[in-house]
Design a protein around this ligand. Structure first.
Ligand code: BGC
Length: 761
């Protein structure tokens, strides 16, 4: 039995190892040589230039984009034929229909099809939780929720469907996944990350890349992935977007680099650069990271793209370049291959200044050729040179039922049960429910930013037919069993999230009639700079609403739709149940109802530490000193909920933990096996999490580190042995200079309540 399980694991590992794109193919390299040979300097420079769609749209006399959008042929011809630009990105102000996308691509691609230009345009989009800029597309939970599923297979399928629907929109390049670590909860883009742990982010990130790019070749149903934002962007000290990060070499090596390295090894084709600065070096000037580590040490053969307007930022915001000319030279020489300029007329001066820089030998032609080679390589690998590569007609499965089912499954597997006193859940359908709270009756709270519009807060674009929480409740228990009183509203005031209590009399009147109160609490959708917040506390009025609900003495269930862990300490104890939905997408309402009513079991687990105090932001892998209390005991690490935490209706028991040896020698591995039993009445999924602690080391060791995990399904009454193979690869740590080292000595393995020790010899 054990042997066969071991074989299955090895088979899975070898399948995973094979599913990556080989970026170097001799035929393609020869073709690149031929193309480059014929290219003028202007054409080469143009390849490195990316403009936004807005730059080629028709505008009215007040300079507003005309709706519905129309391509301005003169502007497009100028960009493609005169300036020879190589790439276009983005959507205009809002989501577009497949028909509109088709119109855009046919217009752009025509220049290549009709041999007016010799290199096709690569179009890029942020399809970060499904194709969020295409009307009717399948919208998934955001990455933070996907991470909470702890299910790489599901993440891969999410990637496949998103790639398919991106291609159905005529687009070959997705600016996703975000591999920044979620360790700064104030940061507005926390929800775009795969959580706080480098191993979890690496495993889920690799799976998404595989899903986007496909197995051996980016075929007509796949897209190029773009890893972002390399690296350290997610950790601004102030919490505000694009403000300085300070990351010691040790943390860079142990935490921030590994997810990127893993995805590069997986064959990721492109990578976007950090718009902020780390240790006073802007991402776009970091030669050490972009050229030395990424391209030379890791052997990355795809291309790097700047983030939005970053050459301008080097000069105007970071103050690290005298002018735009200087910024272009410094950035390009540091290793930027393509620049998201992206406006007009700025792109024209970008091209002109680049040409000048090469002529003046400030940028060597060799460096330009290297960038162009990388860009052409990706364009060839993803099939862009095929003349009919933008046909939208062949994608009949766009938003198909099986796609929607997968988005529902993703929400079901990520929503996390954090508290369930007196087994109030699952609810019985005959109970009268009072639903309230700002996030109860609008889909924008389930989808968050990057949904139909950049900030995702315009309800007029909501997916037709997708249900918000209120509608999902109504469908389940009918209008007569559902009482609704919103009681609190969220809105923006001077750009910052605010809330107010409304119509509390109605709320109190309905509360008397209800058997249970459900409060949908959360945050106003936002991202990037507009998403900067000033405090991690959940808004005062929402906390107050919970207290008003507790005063009714009815059981209260809190449903959180949050982009990050907002501090809710004051309202946790009196809540009867708490469910975290993250940002679960268009099917979040349906999934929530299925879970609340016991039609499925909860299996989401937190991919981050849920902090209790905003003055105490600490992580699960903290060193021992963090746990020391004032009294001298070691129980001071007390977050609201720990990383990896989550409840199920049927929590399996962990019966035994065995190691097949207690001394590990170099080149060997230890087989760790644990026995689990589901004593519950129905099947459940459990995330088995294996942590390793280095007991003594030459530099302060992490308290523990996640080194393996697996999501397993256990039928009612099932007892199962789960196996992991641990090698010395999991025992490395970074020294103060960021060098990975391995030291002999004692280690502890822990799995839930069980632990065992072994020695590395
Ligand atoms: C964001 C990127 C995004 C790009 C294109 C930038 O502002 O930082 O994540 O891919 O815009 O939309």
């Amino acid at each position: 039995m054990l042997k066969s399980l071991f074989l299955v694991i090895m088979m899975i590992l070898s399948v995973q190892a094979k599913s990556q794109i080989n970026l170097i193919n001799q035929d393609i390299e020869r073709r690149i040589d031929e193309i480059i040979e014929k290219m003028s300097l202007e054409e080469k420079v143009g390849q490195s230039c990316q403009i936004t769609l807005d730059a080629i749209l028709k505008r009215d006399i007040s300079n507003n984009v005309i709706e519905p959008i129309q391509i301005d042929t003169q502007k497009l011809t100028e960009a493609l034929v005169k300036y020879r630009i190589g790439s276009i990105l983005n959507v205009g102000a809002h989501t577009l229909s497949i028909k509109e996308w088709d119109y855009i691509h046919k217009n752009i691609h025509r220049y290549y099809r009709e041999n007016i230009i010799s290199v096709p345009i690569i179009y890029g989009i942020d399809a970060i939780h499904g194709v969020n800029y295409t009307v009717g597309a399948t919208l998934f939970p955001h990455e933070i929720a996907l991470a909470a599923s702890w299910n790489p297979e599901l993440a891969k399928q999410f990637g496949e469907i998103t790639a398919y629907e991106t291609r159905a929109s005529g687009i070959h390049w997705n600016f996703s996944p975000v591999l920044d670590l979620g360790r700064q909860p104030l940061w507005s883009r926390f929800f775009e990350t795969l959580g706080e742990d480098p191993y979890l982010a690496s495993e889920m990130g690799k799976a998404i890349v595989n899903g986007y790019q496909g197995k051996d070749k980016v075929d007509a149903y796949h897209v190029a992935a773009c890893l972002k934002h390399f690296v350290g962007y997610s950790n601004p000290q102030s919490g505000r977007d694009r403000t300085p990060a300070w990351i010691p070499d040790k943390m860079m090596a142990e935490l921030y680099l590994p997810p990127f390295k893993a995805a590069v090894e997986q064959g990721a084709l492109t990578l976007m650069i950090n718009s902020g600065d780390v240790n006073a070096v802007p991402g776009h000037l970091n030669y050490e990271l972009l050229t030395k580590i990424l391209k030379e040490e890791w052997g990355f053969k795809g291309f790097t793209v700047s983030d939005w307007e970053d050459f301008d930022f080097l000069h105007n915001i970071h103050n690290t370049a005298d002018d735009i000319y200087d910024a272009i030279i410094k950035g390009f020489n540091a290793g930027v291959d393509m620049s998201m300029v992206p406006y007009s007329p700025q792109y024209k001066s970008y091209c002109e200044l680049m040409i000048r820089a090469v002529k003046e030998e400030k940028i060597k032609e060799e460096r330009l050729n290297d960038a162009v080679r990388r860009i052409l390589r990706v364009k060839l690998l993803i099939g862009l040179f095929e003349k009919n590569s933008n046909q939208a007609e062949n994608y009949n499965n766009f938003a198909a039922e099986n796609h929607k089912k997968l988005a529902l499954d993703a929400a079901l597997e990520s929503i996390t049960l954090l508290k369930n006193d007196k087994n109030i859940l699952p609810l019985s359908a005959d109970k009268k429910v009072l639903l309230a709270g700002p996030c109860s009756d609008n889909l924008i709270y389930l989808n968050g930013a990057w949904t139909h519009t950049w900030q995702g807060d315009d309800a007029k674009y909501n997916t037709v037919g997708a249900k918000n929480i209120k509608e999902a409740f109504q469908q389940k228990i009918g209008k007569d069993k559902l009482l609704f009183s919103k009681a609190c509203e969220l809105y923006l005031e001077k750009g910052y999230e605010s809330s107010k209590l409304v119509n509390l009399k109605e709320f109190q009147k309905y509360a008397k009639k209800a058997d249970v109160i459900v409060l949908a609490l959360g945050e106003y959708p936002s991202t990037e700079k507009p998403g900067d917040i000033r405090s991690l506390n959940l808004s005062k009025e929402q906390l107050e609403l919970a207290k008003i609900a507790y005063a009714t003495k009815k059981p209260v269930i809190l449903v959180l739709t949050e982009a990050r862990p907002r501090i809710i300490r004051e309202i946790v104890d009196e809540a009867t149940a708490i469910v975290h939905t993250y940002l679960p997408g268009d099917f979040g309402g349906d999934a929530l109802i299925k879970l609340l009513y016991g039609e499925a079991d909860f299996s989401g687990r937190l991919p981050f530490t849920y902090h209790k105090y905003d003055g105490q932001i600490e992580f699960y892998d903290h060193p021992r000193s963090v746990a020391k209390s004032k009294a001298g005991s070691f129980d001071a690490f007390n977050p609201q909920w720990e990383f990896g935490y989550g409840l199920s209706y049927n929590m399996p028991e962990y019966k035994s933990l065995n190691l097949d040896k207690t001394t590990l020698k170099s080149g060997e591995s230890i087989r760790v096996s644990a026995k689990l039993v589901n004593k519950g009445k129905s099947s459940t999924k459990e995330v088995v999490q294996l942590y390793i602690s280095d007991l003594k080391a030459s530099s302060v060791p992490a308290g523990k580190r996640l080194c393996a995990f697996r999501k397993v399904e256990l039928k009612a009454g099932e007892e199962r042995i789960i196996d992991f193979l641990i090698s010395e690869k999991s025992l490395y740590f970074a020294d103060a200079n960021g060098k990975m080292v391995l030291e002999k000595g004692a280690f502890k393995i822990s799995l839930k309540n069980l632990s065992a020790e072994f020695k590395l010899d």
